[in-house]
Design a protein around this ligand. Structure first.
Ligand code: ADP
Ligand code: MG
Length: 197
């Protein structure tokens, strides 16, 4: 191999540009995937945290199970970008193409009622419980409601697994009873943070 071929790698990193920026959290920034606008790419903003590492591990584990919840934004694997390693997910948008809002902001702005929110949350909880999927890192904006012709479809975009990459993540990935036990506890925190407990 010549140094020339090394200088021109076949797999060029995916170029994420600011005009494709969707939003950011404490740890990651999210961009529309320039190769497929139905997908998004999440890159770490702070190198010392490991949200992408946690999700890559957990989603890969979950994908091996038969009945994956319909309420997770789907995971499509890893990609190298101009901003470092990224994870590719289904981009959650309403039917008109605009970004879906979180259940928290819809509730706060009175676009949905507390009764509706409770019903939606109850459906998500039952599904996660049945499938032993842990939502371990509770935040206000991690459940988006995708507006469709048939009503809202909840989609979890953040916080699956544990808060840190380590032994606990391994355990909840492999011991369903433990994932369920922790989910029940975290769900109370979630309801509380949404002002519903
Ligand atoms: N699957 C997705 N579809 C659409 N927008 C998303 C998706 N995931 C994240 N976002 C947007 O990017 C922001 C940051 O993503 P998030 O996963 O919450 O980052 P962090 O891990 O730093 O908390 C979200 O608040 C949301 O606006
Ligand atoms: Mg977040």
């Amino acid at each position: 191999m010549t140094s020339f071929s090394l200088a021109l790698p076949k797999d060029k990193p995916l170029f994420l540009k600011e005009s494709d920026f969707i939003g950011k959290g404490n740890e990651r920034a999210c961009y529309t995937n320039p190769l497929n606008r139905d997908l998004c790419v999440k890159v770490q903003r702070r190198k010392h945290r490991s949200q992408n590492k946690i999700e890559k591990y957990y989603y890969t584990k979950l994908k091996k199970r038969k009945n994956l919840s319909p309420f997770l934004s789907e995971f499509y694997g890893e990609v190298t970008t101009n901003m470092g390693e990224g994870l590719v997910f289904e981009k959650v948008t309403d039917n008109d193409g605009t970004s879906s809002q979180s259940i928290y902001s819809l509730l706060k702005n009175k676009i949905i009622s507390e009764t509706e929110a409770k019903e939606i949350l109850g459906t998500v909880f039952q599904d996660l419980y049945k499938n032993a999927i842990l939502l371990g890192d509770v935040t206000k904006d991690q459940i988006l409601l995708k507006k469709t012709e048939n009503g809202y479809v909840p989609k979890i975009i953040d916080g699956l697994g544990t808060r840190r990459y380590g032994l606990k993540l391994f355990l909840v990935s492999n011991i369903k009873a433990l994932a369920r036990f922790k989910l029940v506890k975290r769900w109370k925190t979630l309801e509380h943070s949404l002002g519903m407990a």
